[in-house]
Design a protein around this ligand. Sequence first.
Ligand SMILES: [Zn+2]
Length: 191
Amino acid sequence: MSAEFPEFRLGSVLATSFTATLTERRGDPVERIPTPQRLADWLAVSGLAVDSCTADQLDLGRELREAIHAAATAAAVGDPLPGPALRVINDRSAQGRAAAVLTPEGERRWRLGPASAVEDALGVIAADAISVIAGERDGRLALCASPTCRAAFFDTSQSRTRKWCEMNTCGNRQKKARFTAKRRGEHGAAG
Ligand SMILES: [Zn+2]
């Protein structure tokens, strides 16, 4: 059933993994959480399983996602952080009541409240975005070099010179485009 929906692009950083549920923002956007159930599916694979998700909660999630995208983009280019985006991120963070718990294996898990699990999950994502944008984590916010993407991503590579939000998608496409352009040039059929 889920197969008819676009696949998730999961990353290792929760906040930017969440913003990647909408891709190709500057091209033909692909909405990867088109229904409440798909947000629930995304939360489940991201360690924030919820029992249910309503249309209103999906709206809250998408609002948070776009706020994180706006704030992370501003942070990546050194612009002032946009006030409306900050308000959304801070509200979601304040309203979440998830608890970090330690497993016997020494792993951190999130325990969400029974009444408003989606809000609690969004609170965890908002807090993650805050720590990334505040520069508390080892890495650098950057914008994807793909002109149809321009997603903000968190570069944790040693050299901090990653160019694309995802090598398998944006990176390969750019390489292919360059290769095609070069071949066209060689054959004198450019344009
Ligand atoms: Zn990209």
